[in-house]
Design a protein around this ligand. Structure first.
Ligand SMILES: Cc1ncc(C[n+]2csc(CCOP(=O)(O)OP(=O)(O)O)c2C)c(N)n1
Ligand SMILES: [Mg+2]
Length: 1106
């Protein structure tokens, strides 16, 4: 009762009035106040200071009035003045919902006063003090709750606190009589249950139990009185923590499985990393409780994102992934299907099963995640949002996400904050996420005191008003209660909340790590600490809920299950990555010719219809006041449609509109995308006089069209790109686009680009057709905003620079099939239109990195006739020179290859210099996969010409380093290719990872021979290994078709890991390509505008000269 005494002293000491008033009135000069605040600011966030007392949502109205009156009687309304003066104190009007305990103070017999008589001022003061204490517990109770199972953290953390330190300045020892006095309970507490008043002793006891025991509830910062009261009720109501014997047994059984699973792995695979959950095993029953309660409340699908810690346990015991599949991951078997694979604690899964507790079917997905902690958060949110969208679940009642975090990562990684800020945005909300922090009070080797500046690792959630439930992970019942409340919170308010499971980490960071090197004292304590299961079993045995035998038999039963699965796993000969897919696209690949691309041109009448709609004001134009400038934009669009030409914005609208017509959902997201950074798009028209009245013509193209969504995002790249990636994974029949404000800003989303977009398919056999639009243009704007850093994307392209794939009619689509992503820079609206439509026309999905132009949005020449978009037209990987040079190729002296908007500068210069017959300009529109075949064709066309590559980026940037070796391969192997095809018909039909335990019946030498031994192998007479496919160059594509192409990547061309032979590019034709453009540079800067123009002119002069 020490705390209670000290708390009580605040209310009743002779100094109490002064102290109380000082505290409540927030007199900043008060020394007392300073001390109190300093003491409270230990592990606290100092909620009181952060929250104005007069905030009607959290403060008691009567307290506020009374204290204002105390300070200055004239500061309150005269009626309040009269009221306080008269001592006829009755409960004043209150914002809070009326509670059971609303009796006026006069109803109480205080200190022997006659019932019904007005209480004296001391009685009022005492009551107000008690109310303050109650509120103080609600605000600060979590600071002194027993959250740490090890009880070692607090003395060292600045946040260490105790009631004593909070109330240190109020040293009053209450008498027994005071403790027995009845106090009226305010409407902001539920500790009384049906009681309107309680003795002080009981009030303090109950508060202590609710707020300072094993649960620490942090919620008083929430700006909603309704939500605060909702939480108070869930924790304060007497008896909320009572569990039935059945419930307790269920917790015990689940905890037994969670603990048994780790123990089994530890026994069988003692030297394997598994990132076990020991010390926080309660997370498994916790997740199950959240899922049970949510399912009961209507949720049918749960999408989870989580890091390494406890992931296998979650797959096994929450998702119920077959144990043998999990154990097979330890066997070191390689995959029978495609994908370079990932470690076992990164793979995802998807399971549909019956929830035995609720007897309802449920779908559980754990999204595959990279090592980059928290990067998966926005991806999960995007996937969740998409699933809600496709199910028509507009309020998130059926689909929900759970994000699991490590304590260090949760506070350390900025993407958590970015993702939190998506949580309540109309086009990004998933209607509440439950965050679970597996808080083992350590991050690898670093203590919290060195890894964060905030008192809790969860403080980031406060920015979105999410309640935070801290709970001691060694108290299973407290944890279950918190989980139940969290699930109900989400179902009630559809907002985020956080469960902070405070446990410990029994082993090192992984099982082979030595924690005593860095946390000796903590680990001495941990070694002596009983695990949660044993503690709970002891408790249940002691209270007679279970017997010791029952406990043992439940554990033995689970061990048997594990043993059986272990034996089964031993019989497996290979693993399949397909078993670990988190987003199966059932039906999408079935019956599809894996190399057939649907046409991307559409009927001209469709283009006209879309164009007309896109250029028209809303149907109720008379009432809908449009900005005059936009009327001009619409008129200009209409004129283009009449002329049957499209500019950039119209071309894009044609692509979107025609896909929507075909039932393809289109979603465009990014900063300011609705209007477009450069004010060219204008998809959302705003009523100039009515707030929120908007019109989006693309949503009204056809009555039966698919939904179109265009959304300005928060100012984030990392989270928003991750979100859209997750969205794109969910359904292949959607065009999902993310647009950077400027292309270079995508670098703040680099983890998403590297870890998911470029590599997701190879790691997790998971496809995505996400489009990244990267506006850019080297236009003398300084070092920023000029380059979209295409070199970085190209560097991650997986096509081999030294390998010219066999030519065939399907060359283009085979390349697309085999590569990890597509990188393009289009110069015409028509090609932009086609490449967008091709994303959907392909029989598989690949991310598209599209460098988009700033200056071409309004360039008079960057227009396309409808004929280039209508039936029969298609995407052009290369746009040949169609002018005099192209028509008379043999006279051409020089061919300038280029990509993107520099083409227009080059043609202008060529015209000015009257070199249109001498110099051909060829546009490489699809940079990656590199159009070897078409480059070869162009080079052959201009047999005698010099070849140059012109780019506006610096030499060490832009496409040059990517295209140079590929040009050489295209030029110099061009004459060898058809001949080589014949030699290699059967050997190259392997998948990229044919790593089963079975011997392949094709000659496996070339594909399995390690590169080192090949390097030192004796050369054959041609100077190379005859079986090296780099020498044979080719493949039997028809044979490749016999493979099951569903959802897997097959490289028709060469076995994995085998690069072309050194020297494969040695010139045979003697042709080369030279570079024209800026010298190497450390940044993308082009200096001043004048310098930029000088450099550009030099470039153009160099390129356009013979
Ligand atoms: C972005 C990122 N940075 C660094 C790492 C390396 N790393 C792996 S686990 C870990 C510690 C994580 O601590 P915590 O989040 O508390 O999770 P725990 O391992 O304790 O469960 C670190 C630093 C990483 N995986 N990702
Ligand atoms: Mg940790």
């Amino acid at each position: 009762m020490h705390r209670a005494h000290t708390a009580f002293s605040l209310a009743l000491s002779p100094m109490a009035h002064k102290n109380f008033a000082t505290w409540l009135l927030k007199s900043s000069s008060s020394q007392q106040m300073a001390k109190v605040t300093a003491a409270a600011a230990v592990r606290t966030y100092n909620s009181a200071a952060a929250e104005p007392f007069a905030n009607g949502s959290t403060a008691s109205y009567v307290e506020e009035m009374y204290n204002a009156w105390l300070r200055d009687p004239t500061s309150v309304h005269t009626s309040w003045n009269a009221y306080f003066r008269s001592n006829s104190y009755v409960s004043p009007p209150n914002l809070a919902p009326v509670q059971a305990n609303t009796l006026p103070l006069t109803a109480f017999n205080f200190g022997g006063a006659v019932a019904g008589a007005a209480p004296d001022s001391k009685t009022i003061d005492d009551h107000l003090a008690v109310q303050a204490i109650i509120r103080s517990y609600q605000i600060r109770g979590h600071n002194i709750a027993h959250l740490d199972p090890l009880e070692i953290n607090t003395p060292e953390l600045p946040g260490n606190s105790s009631t004593k330190s909070i109330y240190a300045n109020f040293s009053f020892e209450p008498s027994e009589q005071d403790m027995d006095r009845q106090f009226k309970l305010p409407s902001t507490t539920f500790i009384g249950g049906d009681e309107a008043s309680l003795p002080l002793k009981e009030i303090l006891n109950r508060l202590e139990n609710v707020y300072c025991n094993k649960i620490g509830v942090e919620f008083m910062f929430i700006n909603s009185l309704e939500q605060c009261n909702w939480i108070r009720k869930r924790f304060e109501t007497p008896g909320v923590l009572n569990f039935s014997p059945e419930e307790k047994r269920l917790i015990l059984a689940r905890l037994t499985r969670a603990t048994g699973f780790e123990a089994f792995l530890a026994k069988k695979y003692s030297s394997e990393k598994r990132f076990g959950l020991e010390g926080c095993e309660i997370m498994i029953p916790a997740l199950k409780e959240i899922i049970d309660v949510s399912t009961e409340l209507g949720v049918e699908s749960v999408i989870m994102g989580m890091p390494h810690r406890g992931r296998l346990n979650t797959l096994a015991n929450v998702c119920r992934k077959p144990l043998n599949q999990i154990f097979t991951q330890f066997a070191g078997l390689e995959a029978a299907d495609d994908g370079s694979g990932d470690v076992k604690y990164h793979l995802g899964t998807y399971i549909e099963r019956l929830n035995r507790v609720t007897n309802k079917n449920i779908r559980l997905a754990v999204v595959a995640n990279p090592s980059h902690l928290e990067a998966v958060d926005p991806v999960v949110q995007g996937k969740t949002r998409a699933e809600q969208f496709y199910r028509g679940d507009q309020e998130g009642k059926k689909v929900m996400s759970i994000l699991i975090h490590g304590d260090a990562a949760f506070c350390g990684q900025g993407v958590v904050y970015e993702t939190m800020h998506l949580s309540d945005l109309p086009d990004y909300t998933t209607h509440g996420t439950i965050h679970v922090v597996a808080n083992n009070q350590i991050g690898f080797t670093t203590d919290p005191r060195f890894s964060r500046s905030s008192p809790y690792c969860t403080d980031v959630a406060r920015v979105v008003n999410a309640p935070i439930f801290h709970v001691n992970a060694d108290d299973p019942e407290a944890v279950m209660h918190v989980c139940k409340v969290a699930a109900e919170w989400r179902a009630t308010f559809h907002k985020d909340c956080v469960i902070d499971l405070v446990g410990y980490r029994r082993n090192g960071h992984n099982e082979i790590d030595e924690p005593m090197f860095t946390q000796p004292l903590m680990y001495q304590k941990i070694r002596k600490h009983k695990n949660c299961l044993d503690l709970y079993a002891d408790k249940l045995i002691a209270e007679g809920t279970v017997t010791g035998e029952e406990v043992k038999s439940v554990a033995a039963k689970y061990e048997n299950i594990c043993e059986e699965a272990f034996a089964l796993a031993k019989t497996e000969t290979h693993v399949k990555y397909k078993d670990w897919l988190d987003s199966p696209w059932s039906g999408f690949f079935e019956g599809k010719d894996p190399l057939k691309v649907a046409p991307t041109g559409v009927k001209e009448e469709t283009l006209i219809h879309i164009g007309n709609r896109f250029s028209s004001p809303p149907p109720n134009a008379a009432e809908f006041v449009i900005h005059k400038g936009l009327l001009r934009v619409l008129a200009a669009r209409k004129a283009m449609v009449d002329e049957k030409v499209a500019d950039w914005a119209l071309g894009e609208a044609m692509a979107f509109g025609s896909l929507l017509k075909e039932g393809i959902h289109v979603r465009l997201s990014g900063q300011d995308v609705e209007r477009g950074t450069f004010s060219h798009r204008h998809h959302v028209l705003h009523h100039q006089l009515v707030d929120k009245a908007t019109y989006n013509s693309l949503q009204h193209m056809y009555p039966d069209q698919a939904p179109y969504s265009v959304s300005n995002s928060s100012l984030s790249e990392y989270a928003v790109l991750g979100f859209e990636h997750g969205y794109s994974m969910t359904n292949p029949n959607a065009l999902v686009l993310w647009e950077a404000q400027f292309g270079d800003f995508s670098n703040t989303a680099q983890s998403i680009i590297d870890q998911f977009i470029s590599s997701g398919q190879s790691k997790w056999v998971r496809q995505s057709g996400l489009v990244m639009l990267l506006p850019h243009g080297m236009e003398g704007m300084g070092p920023e905003h000029s380059s979209c850093r295409v070199e970085r994307f190209l560097q991650m392209s997986s096509d081999d620079p030294d390998y010219f794939p066999p030519e065939s009619d399907e060359f283009g689509v085979r390349q697309l099939h085999d590569i990890n992503w597509i990188v393009a820079n289009c110069t015409t609206p028509a090609n932009y239109y086609h490449i967008l439509r091709r994303q959907i026309a392909l029989p598989f999905r690949k991310p598209l990195i599209l460098c988009t132009p700033k200056s071409l949005l309004r360039h008079p020449e960057a227009k396309s006739p409808f004929s280039e978009m209508s039936e029969g037209s298609e995407f052009q990987r290369i746009i040949p020179d169609n002018g005099p040079a192209g028509q008379n190729a043999s006279n051409v002296k020089k061919v300038v290859f280029c990509s993107g908007r520099v083409y227009y500068d080059l043609t202008k210069t060529r015209k000015e210099k009257q070199l249109e017959s001498d110099i051909a300009i060829v546009r490489v529109e699809q940079i990656s996969p590199f159009p070897f075949d078409l480059v070869k064709e162009q080079a052959n066309l201009y047999k005698n010409a010099e070849l140059v590559w012109a780019q506006e980026e610096h030499k060490n940037q832009g496409s040059w380093t990517y295209v140079q070796p590929r040009f050489l391969t295209a030029l110099n192997h061009s004459r060898d290719v058809s001949q080589s095809d014949e030699q290699s018909s059967s050997t190259n039909t392997t998948t990229t990872t044919d790593h089963t335990n079975h011997e392949s019946d094709t000659d496996s030498d070339s594909k399995s021979k390690p590169w080192l031994s090949r390097m030192f192998a004796a050369p054959n007479s041609n100077g190379g290994d005859p079986k090296d496919p780099a020498q044979t160059l080719g493949g039997d594509f028809n044979a490749a078709k016999h493979f099951d192409l569903k959802n897997v990547r097959h490289d028709f061309n060469r076995p994995a890991g085998i690069a072309a032979a050194p020297g494969a590019r040695i010139a045979k034709t003697g042709r080369k390509i030279s570079y024209v453009g800026r010298a190497c540079g450390a940044s993308t800067a082009t200096g001043s505008k004048a310098q930029h123009i000088r450099e550009l002119n030099a470039l153009l002069n160099d390129a356009i000269s013979t």
